[in-house]
Design a protein. Structure first.
Length: 410
């Protein structure tokens, strides 16, 4: 006797996974793993700036005879209490009043996005995103079966007027934003717009998922408090932080701050996912924060990254054709470029690789109709001198492309 429905659940899951594209950034990083390539593709911190000695000492302490047996054991899902206390103080100092009990430690902030999608989204739910936006977040929302709808943005970030129109029409469950030095554009949502978004979320009853991995890496301009701290955001916001950009991404340590009722559900979701984040890594991070002036470390990173950003800005003015536009980020890791006319940066990438330089074409960052003349450049991983050389190579690739009739600006 046949049982035609036995494989249906597995087939349904395969079908859902089949609709999720692989990350072009991860695929590209594998493709260009050659030392001669200068890659502006990945959002990678500079490895020579990692505090190797400080982190080694922190791990030595975490694995010492006095503490090692505890840090090698299972632990609570919520996270190391000493680490959560340190993170809570840091968030409070940045304008988002937080207690240790408000936090859940996650395996990178990417896991936090996945947990929020698991806890809040049902198939068919509406998630709004700034256009363009972080492509791994798009993967999470699509994997959850959500409908992802773009909201118009400009150089000041998400447009609150456009947001209101879509909210009233679509009744979303959630708005996902990287409001400070956004990935991929480098843009920052202004203070008045943050206030407007927080007030709209409170009035219309949707969640704000604030992803803030870059917020402390400010090189110019006025410091803005997290969006979640604005009036109206208190009960409607989930804030995500990460150690990846101010510490080291290999630690895979992130955290989320959420209202109590939702945090309980997120904790259960994490229990079902991995029980808890690495106890050893949390203990080492807690020790590191206890004995290190992290503010001083962040100032060190800012001073190192600022001239790298400036080198890329200077080079863009030299190598790009007339009519090119780009963002001028006050911080973070990325510059967003739009080439003139209808040039396809996926085709340009193939020419760039022949010149041993790489970037990420812009199309994958769109959930709607993509602008294929866009690209993302990351400036953190190389010295200013190396950036200047890489941009020279990119300029040669652009010059080559402009000789091809099908790639010339239209």
């Amino acid at each position: 006797m046949s049982h035609p429905n036995v494989l249906a659940p597995k087939s349904a899951m395969v079908g859902r996974l089949g609709r999720i594209d692989s990350s072009p950034v991860r695929d590209l990083l594998a493709l260009i793993d050659r030392p001669e390539v200068i890659s502006f593709a990945g959002g990678l911190p500079a490895p020579e700036l990692f505090d190797l000695d400080g982190l080694r000492d922190a791990y030595d302490h975490a694995l010492s005879p006095a503490t090692g047996r505890r840090t090698l054991q299972y632990s609570s899902t919520e996270g190391d209490p000493v680490l959560r206390e340190a993170l809570a103080r840091r968030l409070s100092d940045r304008g988002l009043e937080t207690s240790a009990g408000d936090l859940l430690v996650t395996t990178g902030s990417q896991q936090a996005i996945s947990l929020v999608a698991m806890a809040l989204l049902e198939p068919g739910d509406i998630v709004l995103v700034e256009e363009p936006t972080y492509l791994a977040a798009l993967q999470c929302f699509r994997l959850a079966g959500a409908r992802v709808i773009p909201v118009r943005s400009d150089e000041d970030g998400l447009d609150p007027v456009a947001l209101r129109e879509i909210v009233e029409r679509e009744r979303p469950t959630m708005l996902y934003l990287v409001p400070t030095f956004a990935n991929p554009t480098g843009r920052t949502l202004t203070g008045p717009r943050r206030r407007a978004v927080a007030e709209l979320a409170a009035a219309q009853g949707f969640w704000i998922l604030e992803d803030d991995p870059y917020g402390e890496l400010r090189y110019h301009g006025e410091v803005l408090p997290p969006l979640s701290s604005y009036p109206g955001g208190e009960g409607n916001s989930i804030y995500l932080g990460s150690f990846s950009k101010i510490g080291a991404p290999g630690l895979r340590l992130g955290w989320l701050r959420a209202p109590e009722g939702l945090r309980r559900g997120l904790t259960i979701a994490k229990q079902a996912t991995d029980l808890h984040t690495s106890t050893v890594d949390q203990a080492a991070a807690a020790r590191y924060l206890a004995v290190t002036d992290l503010d001083d470390r962040v100032r060190f990173l800012r001073d190192a990254y600022r001239p790298r950003r400036d080198a890329m800005m200077d080079a863009l003015a030299v190598i790009t054709p007339s009519g090119t536009t780009w963002s001028t980020p006050d911080g973070g890791m990325f510059v967003w470029v739009r080439l003139p006319g209808e040039m396809d940066t996926a085709q340009l990438l193939q020419r760039a690789l022949r010149h041993d330089v790489a970037f990420v074409p812009g199309a994958p960052f769109y959930c709607g109709e993509p602008d294929r003349a866009t690209l993302r450049l990351s400036f953190c991983a190389y010295t200013p001198e190396k950036i200047t050389e890489g941009m020279r190579r990119l300029g040669e690739a652009l010059s080559d492309a402009l000789t091809v009739p099908g790639m010339r600006p239209s």
